[in-house]
Design a protein around this ligand. Structure first.
Ligand SMILES: C[S@@+](CC[C@H](N)C(=O)[O-])C[C@H]1O[C@@H](n2cnc3c(N)ncnc32)[C@H](O)[C@@H]1O
Length: 217
């Protein structure tokens, strides 16, 4: 079953900024630049959450549509980006025709899909030929020097912050556990290819704690 983000929707943005020291905003800006968008492009942001990516897409002159499972996350997005089209729905059953969007983005969402391959296939299906799909996802860093600090931070400090500031130790214990379980780098690139992408590239952001994946249909 998918993790229920309703529980943490109200404090989600504040926790994100604090946990990543604001780097999440920089990573999303990088994703938007990578998608090589043009004004007027129709862009779908999958698992849009509270709408941070949608706000950037709108600012680039695109027509942004966001879809998410969580009604409470979408309620936050509605306040942040009232002009975006928002829909409550499942990435694994996207309610759009084939080849509807010029670009598809997904920031920190794919890790939460119940069936990763189904979600990726759906995202590729609704993308127009020639369109770009950009995915951001958190990952454990490869460096053995960085790893002990990362483990201390994600296993001890983040759950503590989650309990104090968002009232949910459980949600912020789930976060590092889900990151550790999730395929990263080449493994995720292979998942994209298995889902039908004909090409895929990946890069590391901030010592590899965030990964960016790009495929052109
Ligand atoms: C970590 S948040 C990321 C939110 C946002 N994209 C961001 O950049 O902050 C993960 C989001 O994925 C959504 N989600 C998880 N599984 C989903 C699915 N199958 N379909 C649509 N949304 C999903 C959750 O409801 C949650 O809002």
């Amino acid at each position: 079953m998918a993790y229920d983000f309703d529980k943490i929707a109200r404090d989600y943005d504040r926790m994100n900024r604090l946990m990543t020291l604001g780097l999440d905003c920089r990573w999303r800006r990088r994703a938007v630049r990578t998608a090589r968008l043009h004004a007027g492009d129709r862009v779908l942001d999958v698992a849009c959450g509270t709408g941070d990516m949608l706000a950037l897409l709108q600012r680039s002159g695109c027509s942004a549509t966001g879809i998410d499972l969580s009604g409470d996350m979408l309620a936050q997005a509605q306040c942040k980006v009232p002009e975006a089209t928002l829909m409550q729905g499942d990435a694994e059953r996207l309610p759009f025709d084939d080849a509807t969007f010029d670009a598809v983005t997904c920031a920190f969402g794919v890790r939460n899909f119940v069936h990763l391959e189904v979600g990726l296939k759906e995202m590729l299906r609704v993308l127009k030929p020639g369109g770009c799909m950009v995915i951001l996802e958190l990952a454990t860093p490869d460096s053995t020097l960085v790893r002990p600090f990362y483990n201390l931070y994600t296993r001890k400090i983040i759950p503590w912050l989650g309990a104090r500031l968002a009232g949910s130790r459980e949600a912020y214990t789930y976060l590092p556990q889900s990151i550790e379980r999730f395929p990263k780098g080449e493994a995720f690139r292979q998942a994209l290819l298995s889902a039908g992408a004909s090409n895929a590239r990946h890069g590391k952001l901030t010592f590899g704690v965030c990964r960016i994946y790009e495929t052109v249909k």
